[in-house]
Design a protein around this ligand. Structure first.
Ligand code: CP
Length: 317
């Protein structure tokens, strides 16, 4: 498999946060932080990617990730092509690689890929030209590295050093690339305790989450936590007959105001979106002062700017 690093260890593609060196991860967070401006102020802009072209190829639905990659590229001065996959020639049987080669011939510099199938971003890394970068924007249940970065950036901005903090992730862990990328990033940065709370049917193989504490008692999982991150039931990744009922799930595993009161008084509430209110999270909790869900979205643009600028520097400096 092609490495996401070049011969000097610099980030060339972004496929996963697993085993990313701490200095590199921290440098991406620091750079993202430099792109943040106060709400109401103009967003940060530069011409770092002027003359470059970014192609968004989303073979699964997206609102946040696709829009923020698009805005991030524009704010760095790049041109952006967001291919409408449903009306592309993929529908006429063109292979994924032929689609990539076709767009690459139009002088694309960065491919941003979301796909339901495991291994697709790494596969494309192996086939693009040496001057082209590939960024994983969500890969099956396995990786969502820019989401992992924006999540730890949000935690770091609210809580500082995470080494004595308790982070609880609540919901459908088994099918969640968000949980896996958060686990990768928190493992690298160091976290006091990572708790994963899920019903037995949605619990992952513990071997995939070394160091994490698995629980099926929601109150115990939330008690004393500094961060509570809720995840939706990923119905698209399971047979519908296996999907839990939404109101049963809310009663046993949803983040209600009563449950949030068990967390630290300063605890922040996170959700990668899209949310299903009154299933994994009560609407009143999502809209409460402890919720940082919209900040996560803001931080996502900054993270994607940082990642794109970093890989372009690797390829062209
Ligand atoms: N968090 C996230 O990936 O959201 P979208 O599916 O809307 O991109």
């Amino acid at each position: 498999m092609a490495s996401q690093f070049d011969a000097h260890g610099r980030l060339r593609h972004l496929v996963t946060l697993k085993d990313m060196p701490r200095t590199q991860l921290a440098a991406l967070l620091d750079r993202a932080e430099s792109f943040l401006t106060p709400m109401g102020a103009q967003p940060a802009r530069s011409d770092a990617l002027a003359g470059r072209t970014i192609a968004n190829l989303f073979f699964e639905p997206s609102t946040r990730t696709r829009a923020s990659f698009e805005l991030a590229a524009q704010r760095l001065g790049a041109e952006v092509l967001s291919l409408d996959v449903s009306t592309s020639s993929r529908a006429k049987g063109e292979s994924l690689l032929d689609t990539i080669y076709t767009l690459q011939a139009m002088q694309i510099d960065i491919f941003v890929i979301r796909d339901a199938q495991s291994g697709v971003p790494a596969f494309i890394c192996e086939h693009v030209a040496p001057h082209v970068a590939v960024l994983n924007a969500g890969e099956s249940h396995l990786n969502h590295p820019t989401q992992g970065l924006l999540d730890v950036l949000t935690m770091r901005r609210h809580l500082g050093d995470l080494s004595d903090k308790v982070v609880t992730i609540l919901g459908d862990i088994q099918h969640s690339r968000v949980a896996r990328s958060a686990h990768h990033a928190l493992g690298t940065l160091g976290v006091g305790e990572l708790r994963l709370v899920a019903p037995p049917a949605l619990r992952p193989d513990p071997a995939e989450f070394p160091g994490a504490v698995m629980l099926d008692d929601t109150d115990a999982g939330v008690r004393g936590a500094d961060v509570v991150m809720c995840l939706r039931i990923q119905r698209e990744r399971m047979e519908q007959t296996r999907a839990p009922d939404g109101s049963d799930f809310h009663r046993e595993f949803g983040l209600t105001p009563e449950r949030l009161a068990l967390a630290q008084p300063h605890a922040i509430v996170m959700h990668p979106g899209p949310m299903n209110r009154e299933v994994e999270i009560a609407g009143s909790v999502a809209d409460s002062p402890q919720s940082v869900i919209t900040e996560q979205v803001t931080n996502g643009v900054a993270v994607r700017m940082a990642v794109m600028q970093t890989v372009m520097e690797t390829l062209h400096d």
